[in-house]
Write a protein of this length. Sequence first.
Length: 164
Amino acid sequence: VATPDPWAEHDLAGVARGTRVYHGLAQCAVACHPAYTTKPQIVAFTKELTKMDVREFRDDPYDPVAKDSDFGMKIVPPDFTFNALRAGDAVGDIYRSIASGIGGTAMPTWKNVLPETDLWALSHYVRSLVDLRGTPAAAALRKALIEQPYWTPPAVDAGVDGAQ
């Protein structure tokens, strides 16, 4: 059962929180969906929300990765700025897919894993990406991300004993 949506429709604060949750906490782009922000931003979001350091990325974090399914074939997760969502584009539909997962696929259930406010924020963020679908802004975002400068991992903080 869905809780009431704490974020107003298209609330910028909800989208901003959802961006952080997608890239830093739930890490949707680590193994499945595309990333929609720069590598330094992903590093910062992950550090902010999990206190973990990102040291490397998969070969192409800006494209989805085909995953095994229970249907005897690989399934490619949607690129929200390109693909239509089969379960619906409304924020409530997106919330339902995130909260309950997608049976038979690699999409896990996030209900009771993430706080409700984060589930709704993530839903608003995905909806903001869906709003870009097929627009010049979506193409410009993809181009900017693919053409970003080479990324070098940040230096590891020295530990108590000074080792790195």
